[in-house]
Design a protein around this ligand. Sequence first.
Ligand SMILES: CC(C)(COP(=O)(O)OP(=O)(O)OC[C@H]1O[C@@H](n2cnc3c(N)ncnc32)[C@H](O)[C@@H]1OP(=O)(O)O)[C@@H](O)C(=O)NCCC(=O)NCCS
Length: 174
Amino acid sequence: MTARSAERAGCPGWRGTPLLAFEHPNAPTCRAASRSDLSAIHALEVAEYGDASYPYFALRQLFELDGANWTVAEEAGEVCGYVLASLRADRTAWLLAVAVAARCRSRGYGRALLETALAQCRRAHVVLVRLTVDPANATAYRLYKEAGFVLERHEPDYFGPHEPRDVLVHRIYH
Ligand SMILES: CC(C)(COP(=O)(O)OP(=O)(O)OC[C@H]1O[C@@H](n2cnc3c(N)ncnc32)[C@H](O)[C@@H]1OP(=O)(O)O)[C@@H](O)C(=O)NCCC(=O)NCCS
């Protein structure tokens, strides 16, 4: 699937009210990201990560490399979440960022985005998916563990002294 195809699909992990989309205009949908989504993705990045967010120019350049594998979630036509996946030739992948706008949290968007990215990896015959998480981020940690990610390594000073990250890995069996 290319980014420009902007294929729309129901979010597989959504657990909201089980009505059809035409009956519930605010039902979440996931679709491939397009270049025109970069501003919205950047705004969410800044809102969530502040100084640690990807600058717009970095997102723009990453989009050239991996944008075809990025997914956004929408509510009422507005981007409210994203997962930035990077698939490599060695059949591994990284999920570089996952975020959901504060107003849409705890309604299944995060899980839906994650499951969409994992399904995409499976279709591309990826065997290992990695991501990183702040060990103190209990919400994200729980989401990832429930999706089958396990700890691969703890890096205590990755972002500087006492600024750790955990690398989690999810194995896909084909
Ligand atoms: C982490 C994040 C993406 C989850 O998105 P979300 O849409 O709220 O998640 P969902 O509603 O799909 O919930 C999925 C799971 O996440 C966990 N979760 C969600 N909200 C939670 C909360 N308030 N407390 C604890 N766990 C929570 C649960 O495991 C939940 O599954 P469950 O409902 O079966 O228990 C979102 O909180 C977020 O964007 N946080 C800020 C950015 C961030 O931390 N990104 C990850 C960086 S590694």
